[in-house]
Design a protein around this ligand. Structure first.
Ligand SMILES: [Zn+2]
Length: 403
């Protein structure tokens, strides 16, 4: 079953990739004629082509590595290794999962280096220096240890000693923990990676505050983020909630867009709040966590799970094997959440178009963002169905124009 799960997940991804490559068109779709100059259009297609092939190669090697490791008895070997010194159970679990995650991260590292310094470099996106890249890796590792290890230890302990309601306790614990991390992230975690500067007074700030007053959405914190430290791509987003809620505009966005366009992008983000998307997404993800822990509790005691991997029965090994078995469920969940997200994006676009003075500014902003990011203008519908959290550009622009 686990083998089938891994293969199905891989096959669906591959099919979507291949269809997407076949859907690349020589001609720009009519309403998008002005997005790219002809040369850039070809470049955007090359970019889609290169990143897709890269994704297929990376996915194939990583999946194959997991299968080879499995059939060569790797899981059993690591299980015996962490078991032999007679350490406390929770420590054994942390070591078992830590070793596996570290191995996987090391395997992934060359791909990450190649993506940043070869592909992104070739298409002119990369601004990351080697030092920044190395520091990011170290900070990521530090965060995984500081934030991840205690949570994992807690989950292992709950399933070890929590009895038959362990999944309920784990569900509650993870929910509270995630909310706490999201609450502190804008203030404690994100500044580790980027610099957030409060926006200076001027035309843009006036326009933003004027708009937010007009829709009765008080924004106290507008920050400009130094996205250009890593890439030329641009974006804008809301982070955190409650007192720590803030809007971050990439410096690249501020540089490349007109005031009206930036207000339109911001209006879209505020639309997500006004339409209660944030809270809905949160509820869906809490429900998903519950489903995950319930299914985990069902499978943890199935001896077959451990026989398949040649290990002793243990909570920590069960956690890892269940995560492999869970892949197809995860795929279905992600297809559903992507579909919900695309509806939300449409609603936020509609909100922005309806509440800004010039509804077409959003369309202009989206076109510029797409051109700047070398977006694929003709994604295959199946690829969109599986992978897209936003509707394709053409659909968004048609919807904004009321077509
Ligand atoms: Zn959005």
């Amino acid at each position: 079953m686990i083998l089938a799960a891994i293969v199905i997940d891989y096959a669906v991804g591959l099919a979507a990739d291949i269809l997407n490559l076949k859907a690349l068109r020589l001609e720009v779709p009519d309403p998008l004629k002005d997005v790219y100059k002809s040369d850039d259009y070809r470049r955007s297609q090359q970019y889609t082509h290169v990143t897709t092939i890269f994704g297929i190669v990376k996915g194939t090697i990583l999946q194959a590595a997991i299968l080879v490791f499995w059939f060569a008895g790797g899981f059993g070997a690591i299980d015996r290794l962490v078991h032999s010194p007679g350490l406390p159970l929770i420590i054994e679990g942390l070591l078992f999962i830590g070793i596996l995650l570290a191995g996987y991260a090391l395997l992934e590292l060359p791909f990450s280096v190649y993506h940043t310094f070869v592909i992104e470099e070739r298409f002119g996106f990369n601004r990351t220096t080697r030092a920044t890249f190395a520091l990011d890796c170290l900070k990521g590792l530090g965060l995984a240890l500081i934030l991840g290890a205690p949570l994992l230890a807690g989950i292992l302990a709950l399933f070890e000693y929590g009895g038959s309601y362990a999944w309920l306790y784990a569900w509650a614990a993870v929910t509270v923990y995630t909310l706490t991390v999201q609450f502190i992230a804008p203030v404690w975690i994100m500044p580790l990676f980027n610099k957030f500067t409060p926006m200076t007074d001027g035309e843009l700030k006036e326009a933003i505050l004027g708009y937010s007053r007009s829709v009765a959405f008080p924004v106290a914190n507008v920050f400009v983020m130094d996205g250009s430290r890593r890439s030329t791509r641009s974006n804008a987003y809301f982070t955190g909630f409650g007192r720590n809620k803030r809007i971050a505009l990439f410096d690249t966005l501020v540089k490349q867009h007109t005031v009206q366009e930036i207000v339109a992008v911001l209006a879209h983000e505020i639309g997500h709040y006004k339409k209660k998307h944030i809270i809905k997404d949160l509820l869906v993800s809490v429900a998903h966590t519950g489903l995950l822990f319930f299914l985990l509790s069902v499978f943890l005691n199935a001896p077959g799970l451990y026989e398949a991997f040649h290990t002793e029965q243990s909570v920590y090994a069960g956690l890892v094997f269940f995560s492999l078995l869970y892949t197809p469920v995860e795929m279905v969940v992600s297809i559903v959440t992507n579909a919900i997200s695309r509806v939300h994006e449409r609603q936020a676009d509609h909100f922005a178009a309806a509440t800004t003075k010039e509804p077409l500014s959003l369309a202009e902003a989206l076109k510029k963002l797409s051109a700047n990011n070398l977006t694929n203008l003709t994604p295959h519908p199946f690829y969109v169905f599986v992978n897209y959290s936003h509707p394709p550009l053409l659909q968004r622009i048609n919807a904004i124009r009321g077509k």
